[in-house]
Design a protein around this ligand. Structure first.
Ligand code: ZN
Length: 322
C-alpha cells in the first residue's frame, strides 16, 4: 500500500519496477487480497518466458476515477487521477476492459508497428487501492498492474531499462467512444466534440450543486444495469492495446516520421483505396489515446496530417475533374 500511494501522482508516466524473480514477484502482486485477475487458465507460460530471454517489469499503468450517480461527474479526490491528457477511466470501464491489455505489445515510444514490438504484456490485474488525495480525503479506486516482458534481443533498450535511463511506461488504448465528464455527451468517431472537450479539458467548473469538478474525457460511458442497480462498462468500449517505454526525447521525431510515412503519399493511391480499408487504417489513429503527453501530441499531429492529405486529395481530384 505504501508503494502504491507513493506512485499515485506519477500515474501519467508510471515508473516500472524490474522484477528479478518474476514468477514469485508477480504472484505477490497479482494474487493479493481482492485482486481482480484475468482468466488464470491463460496464466504466464514460464517455460517460454524465461529470465535469460526476457526482462520482466511490473507497472501500475492506469487507475480508475469515481463518478457521481449521473455516471460522469468526477468525484474528488479522484479528479487528481485524470491523466495529463485529460483522459480518465471509471472503475466499471476498467473492470470490463482491463483484460484487453493481456497479449498487447510492449512498444517503444508508441510506435505501434508489430514488426517493431519489443515484447509482450503477459498479464494484467486490478488492485483496489485507497487513494489519499491532496485534501487528505480518501477514495477507493482500482489500479491496473501489468507484467511486461521485454525481449532481451533488444539489447540497447534492455540496457537502458536496467540502468534506469529508461524507467517509465505509458499505455495506449483505442476508444471508439468517449464521454465528456462535464456535460455527459457521448462522442463517436465522426461526432464533433463539445466545447468542453475541445477547449476546456483539465479545467475546473462548478456544478449545479456548487461543487468544483474537473473537465475530463472519459474513455467510454458505462451503461446503467437496472437489475443490478449499478454502472457497467462495456468490454468493447475501450481496448487497451499496448504499453510503451517512453522517456527519451531524442527518439520522439522518429515517432512522427513513422506515422506520417505510413500514410500513403500518393493522393491517387489514397483515392483508389477501398473506403473501408482507408477508414480502418485512419480510424484507429483518431480513436487512439496514449497516456503520456508527448505521445498524444504526436497522435494529434498524425491525425491533422491525415486530414490535411485527405483535403489535399479532394482538392486535386476536384481540380482534375474540371
Ligand atoms: Zn461537454
Amino acid at each position: 500500500m505504501i508503494a502504491a500511494t507513493r506512485r499515485t501522482f506519477s500515474l501519467d508516466l508510471p515508473i516500472a519496477n524490474i522484477l528479478h524473480n518474476p514468477k514469485r514477484d508477480w504472484r505477490v502482486i497479482s494474487i493479493g487480497k481482492n485482486r481482480i485477475a484475468a482468466d488464470r487458465k491463460i496464466a504466464v507460460d514460464w517455460q517460454e518466458f524465461t529470465e535469460d530471454k526476457y526482462l520482466f517489469s511490473h507497472v501500475s499503468i492506469v487507475s480508475s476515477v469515481n463518478t457521481t450517480s449521473n455516471g460522469y461527474y468526477i468525484d474528488a479526490p479522484t479528479d487528481e487521477l485524470v491523466n495529463n491528457n485529460g483522459n480518465a477511466w471509471t472503475a466499471p470501464v476498467l473492470r470490463a476492459c482491463f483484460k484487453s491489455f493481456i497479449g498487447g505489445d510492449n512498444f517503444f515510444e508508441h510506435v505501434q508497428d508489430k514488426k517493431l514490438s519489443k515484447g509482450t504484456i503477459l498479464d494484467a490485474v486490478l488492485r483496489p487501492v485507497t487513494y489519499m488525495g491532496k485534501n487528505r480525503k480518501s477514495a477507493e479506486v482500482l489500479y491496473c498492474d501489468l507484467l511486461v516482458a521485454t525481449d532481451r534481443k533488444h539489447t540497447d533498450l534492455v540496457r537502458d531499462i536496467e540502468s534506469k535511463k529508461l524507467s517509465t511506461l505509458s499505455m495506449g488504448c483505442i476508444c471508439p467512444q468517449v464521454q465528456c465528464s462535464r456535460c455527459g455527451k457521448v462522442f463517436g468517431d465522426d461526432d464533433p466534440a463539445c466545447e468542453h472537450i475541445n477547449n476546456q479539458l483539465l479545467t475546473y467548473f462548478v456544478d449545479e450543486n456548487g461543487i468544483r469538478r474537473i473537465t475530463s474525457e472519459l474513455c467510454r460511458a458505462s451503461h446503467w444495469n437496472e437489475r443490478l442497480g449499478q454502472w457497467e462498462g462495456i468490454p468493447e468500449s475501450c481496448r487497451f492495446i499496448e504499453a510503451s517505454w517512453v522517456g527519451n526525447p531524442a527518439f520522439r521525431g522518429a515517432v512522427i516520421n513513422h506515422y506520417i510515412s505510413e500514410i500513403p503519399k500518393s493522393a491517387s493511391y489514397v483515392l483508389d483505396m477501398p473506403t473501408h480499408k482507408l477508414e480502418l487504417f485512419a480510424n484507429d489513429l483518431f480513436r487512439m489515446r496514449v497516456a503520456d503527453k508527448w505521445g498524444m501530441v504526436v497522435l494529434r499531429v498524425a491525425c491533422s496530417e491525415i486530414i490535411r492529405r485527405r483535403q489535399e486529395s479532394l482538392l486535386d481530384r476536384v481540380a482534375e475533374d474540371r
